[in-house]
Design a protein. Structure first.
Length: 187
């Protein structure tokens, strides 16, 4: 005899509910292959979260041999995260502990910077969607391993031309957004 989910006791229903919700989420994805991300890159990132003040960050991404090194700093230059991506694995660099939110941001940036013609082979054809809106804006949605059955884990949006392609916004499923723009060289 089958028992409907809503008739299960809360203690028994919670693990089942977590399993069902977990089907559309996972660890930050790493592409199946390395892509030409146009490294090195230096970007200014502004994090916006509801009912919180905006946070400024600086990110430097460098190619070091077969690996890419990701260094996130606060405005005073204090390192917040140093990670290296090599052979599809993230590794902490230096004495900083792993920083899960930074790894998620780095995964989102890889997705945003990856050339569109490499997305299918990097993530799978069902893991993402792209569209051009009538007003000229372009949007990329990352659906993850759940494919089209899930809500986007994040959305990357570029403003309509003549806005630069190097400036875009990433919005996570929880509403947190990141405005990403290149850092300018100072004289």
């Amino acid at each position: 005899m089958r028992t409907p989910l809503f008739s299960l006791r809360p203690r028994k229903a919670l693990p089942l509910l977590a399993l069902l919700l977990g089907a559309c989420s996972s660890a930050p994805p790493v592409p199946r292959h390395e892509a030409d991300l146009g490294l090195p890159r230096r970007v200014h990132i502004v994090q916006r979260t509801a009912s919180q003040p905006s946070l400024d960050r600086m990110l430097v991404v460098q190619q070091i041999g077969q690996a890419s090194r990701w260094s996130l700093f606060d405005p005073l230059g204090v390192p917040l995260a140093r990670q290296q991506l090599q052979n599809g694995q993230w590794h902490s660099v230096g004495l900083l502990p792993p920083n899960a939110p930074a790894r998620i941001l780095f995964a989102e940036l890889i997705f945003a910077w990856m050339p569109r013609d490499q997305l299918d082979s990097a993530y799978g054809p069902d893991a993402w969607r792209a569209q051009a809106l009538p007003d000229g804006r372009r949007v990329r949605l990352f659906l993850g391993s759940g494919g089209s059955d899930c809500s986007p884990l994040w959305t990357v949006a570029w403003a309509a031309p003549p806005a630069p392609r190097s400036t875009f916004t990433i919005t996570q499923a929880d509403g947190t957004s990141w405005l990403v723009s290149p850092l300018r060289d100072q004289p």
